[in-house]
Design a protein around this ligand. Structure first.
Ligand SMILES: [Zn+2]
Length: 327
């Protein structure tokens, strides 16, 4: 796993987390005519704090209100000066902190001055817009870093900021420990340098649930174990699947204690009864697989889980006996 080593070049530069909300997505669709795809780019403007400090080469964690969605480097930063934006204000006190009400006849309510009004006062302000592109560096995190984990490596703790400064070295160490393998920053920047700005065929990677049949069970396992196959170690999110130690049809419930995160090929072999786990949490490989060196090498290897992993030993034992009985 030499490639997972963090180099001095990787930690050079700054790191940020970018907040994605339904609100910001709508706003940018309206203003720019196209939508940011979370895995590819992030748009912001000069009304957002820290906008001037973000540079190409910086590390970015994209987050929503609850957890981290993914991580990547800024490969390119598009800057558009001389833009305009309409900002709405309360006509009474000038505050921007008012809410639209759907049930009342007078549509808007301003909490700072406690008054209602039918239309906000529109103000056109000059802005600069920014769009940060991650190129091919994006790695899904899918919630294996939650809000508390993020707070640990965030430098600015104000909850109001969309763009927060992060500790770059500590962030890289943290995601590496979760099995996430970012390309090295220097390699990533060189290899993506000549990529055309618009790619035919659309996005290459996606974290969207629908794509991979993402369910709550897999989500829970990713949160528990990171991007790590229990049998083969760190693997891309795209090939990590939730495996049941007992057939789902029997239990009809997804219990993290009865689940393992497995690489797709290993998952198939596990479901086919060709791999089992000894009570010592070491892998047992069926004799019929021993001619395949990649899989026979797994025999006797300890699971890539911590000693206090929430695994139901009794269910593992049952699975082992039932599986090896057929060998
Ligand atoms: Zn007001």
């Amino acid at each position: 796993m030499g490639s997972s080593k963090i180099t001095t070049h990787d930690i050079k530069g700054r790191a940020w987390s970018f907040l994605i909300t339904d609100e910001t997505e709508r706003q940018f669709q309206g203003n720019r005519g196209y939508e940011d795809v979370a895995e590819e780019s992030y748009s912001y403007d000069s009304t957002v704090g820290n906008h001037r400090r973000v540079k190409a080469g910086d590390l970015v964690v994209v987050r929503n209100r609850h957890e981290a969605l993914g991580i990547g480097y800024i490969e390119r930063l598009d800057v558009l000066t001389g833009q305009q934006k309409v900002r709405n204000r309360c006509p009474h006190c000038g505050s921007t902190n008012f809410k639209e009400r759907t049930t009342q006849k007078v549509r808007y309510w301003c909490s700072p001055c406690q008054r209602a009004f039918p239309e906000p006062r529109e103000e056109v302000i000059p802005i600069t817009t920014y769009r940060a592109h991650y190129g091919g560096t994006w790695q899904p995190l899918e919630g294996c870093l939650n809000k508390a984990d993020l707070t640990e490596v965030t430098l600015s703790q104000s909850d109001q900021q969309s763009i927060k400064a992060m500790d770059r070295a500590r962030t890289l160490v943290k995601v590496a420990a979760l099995g996430v393998r970012l390309p090295h920053q220097d390699v990533a920047m060189i290899s993506t340098h000549h990529r055309p700005s618009v790619l035919a065929g659309g996005r290459r990677r996606t974290t969207t649930a629908a794509r991979r049949g993402q369910d709550a069970f897999r989500q829970a396992l990713v949160r528990e174990y990171g991007m790590v196959c229990a049998m083969t170690g760190p693997a891309p999110a795209e090939v990590l699947e939730a495996a049941h130690l007992r057939p789902f049809a029997v239990t009809e419930q997804h219990n993290v204690e009865e689940g393992l995160l497995l690489r797709a090929d290993v998952h198939r072999l596990f479901d086919a009864g060709l791999l089992a786990i000894r009570s010592t949490l070491r892998i047992s490989v069926a004799p019929s697989l021993l001619g395949h060196t990649e899989y026979s090498a797994l025999d006797g290897v300890p699971l890539h889980v911590s000693v206090d992993a929430p695994l139901n030993r009794h269910v593992i034992e049952e699975h082992y006996l039932a599986t090896t009985a057929t060998w």
